[in-house]
Design a protein around this ligand. Structure first.
Ligand code: ATP
Length: 284
C-alpha cells in the first residue's frame, strides 16, 4: 500500500518575540499561513519494522536527523506500531529558509502514517505529538492560518487572509535559527508588530492593511548578519510588491502581490538578483 501527502511551506505574516523563558525557549507571537509551494511525501509500507527515508534532494539528512524519520519513530513508539515504512521526500521547499520545510514534512509524515496504518489519531493528538518534534510542527499538522503563541505550539485558528500572489526569494546563504534567536535582544526592538492589528486586517479581508501590518522582529538580526537580505527586501519593494517581509528567521523574503500583471515583473526582476525565486498563491 502506498499513499501521498502534501507538505506545504509556511510564511509568517507577523512574528514577535516577547521574552526568553526559563526553559530556554523564546515566548513568541506569530501569525502563520501556508503557500502553494510544497514537498510531496510518498509513504509505502515495508515488510519489516524499519523506517527508510529517501529523497531526490542531496542536501538533507536521510537518517534519524530527518524530521520525517523522527515523526515516524515517534508515532511507532507511542502507538506500538510494529510495521515498517519507506518515506520518499520529493523536496521543493528550500531548506533552512524560514519556510518550515522540515516541520511540514514531519507533520505530513504524522498525517500520512495515521492514514497508512489506520491509527485513528485525532488532529489534536497529532499536534501534541508534533510539538515534541518542533515548535512549528503543530501548526503544520492542520495548516490554514493561525495565531501561534507560547513557543509556537499554542494555536488559535484564524480565517484565511485575502487571496493574493506570493513571490518568494531565497538567497544562497545559510541562516541558523538558533543563532538568530540567540542574538535577538528585545530592548533593541524599535517597534513590535501587533498580532491584534493583523488579526483585524485578516478578519476585515483588507489586503492593503495586511500588507501594511506585516512585521517580523527577527529581520534586523538576520539583516545585520547578512546585509544582502535587506537588499533583497528593498529590491522586492522597488519592483512593486504590495507588502514585503522576511519569513521566520530568514533568509527567505516574500512579497504579497494582489495584481497578477505585476507578478512576472517582480519575478523576472528578482531572478537577476537571486537564483531561487518562486511565484505561488496563498494556500486558502
Ligand atoms: P523553520 O522555519 O521551522 O525554522 P527552516 O525552513 O528554517 O525551518 P528547514 O528547511 O526545516 O528549516 O531545515 C532546517 C534543518 O533541518 C536543515 O538544516 C536540515 O538539515 C534539517 N532537516 C531535517 N529534516 C528535514 C527535512 N525533512 N527537510 C528539510 N530539512 C530537514
Amino acid at each position: 500500500m502506498k499513499i501521498y501527502e502534501k507538505a506545504p511551506a509556511k510564511i509568517n505574516l507577523m512574528l514577535d518575540v516577547l521574552h526568553k523563558r526559563p526553559d530556554g525557549y523564546h515566548e513568541v507571537e506569530m501569525i502563520m499561513t501556508m503557500v502553494d509551494l510544497a514537498d510531496r511525501l510518498e509513504l509505502k509500507e515495508l515488510p519489516g519494522d524499519s523506517i527508510i527515508i529517501s529523497s531526490q534532494a542531496g542536501y538533507i539528512p536521510l537518517d534519524e536527523k530527518n524530521l520525517a524519520f523522527q515523526a515516524a519513530r515517534l508515532i511507532k513508539e507511542r502507538y506500538q506500531v510494529r510495521k515498517g515504512v519507506h518515506i520518499h521526500l520529493d523536496k521543493h521547499i528550500p531548506v533552512a529558509a524560514g519556510l518550515a520545510g522540515g516541520s511540514s514534512d514531519a507533520a505530513a509524515a504524522l498525517r500520512g502514517l495515521n492514514r497508512l496504518w489506520d491509527l485513528g489519531i485525532t488532529s489534536e493528538e497529532l499536534q501534541t505529538l508534533g510539538a515534541e518534534l518542533g515548535s512549528d510542527v503543530p501548526f503544520c499538522v492542520t495548516g490554514g492560518t493561525a495565531l501561534a503563541t507560547g513557543r509556537g505550539e499554542l494555536l488559535t485558528p484564524l480565517p484565511d487572509p485575502p487571496q493574493c500572489w506570493v513571490v518568494l526569494a531565497k538567497l544562497p546563504i545559510n541562516v541558523s535559527t538558533a543563532e538568530v534567536y540567540g542574538r535577538f535582544r528585545s530592548h533593541k526592538v524599535q517597534s513590535h508588530p501587533s498580532a491584534q492589528q493583523m488579526i483585524q486586517a485578516i478578519e476585515q479581508g483588507s489586503f492593503s492593511q495586511v500588507c501594511e501590518r506585516l512585521g517580523n522582529v527577527l529581520e534586523d538580526v538576520t539583516m545585520e548578519l547578512h546585509p544582502e537580505v535587506r537588499q533583497l527586501k528593498e529590491t522586492m519593494q522597488r519592483l512593486g510588491a504590495d507588502g514585503v517581509l522576511m519569513s521566520g528567521s530568514g533568509p527567505t523574503v516574500f512579497g504579497l502581490v494582489s495584481k497578477e500583471a505585476k507578478v512576472a515583473r517582480i519575478y523576472n526582476g528578482l531572478r537577476g538578483f537571486c537564483k531561487e525565486v518562486y511565484a505561488v498563491r496563498l494556500l486558502t
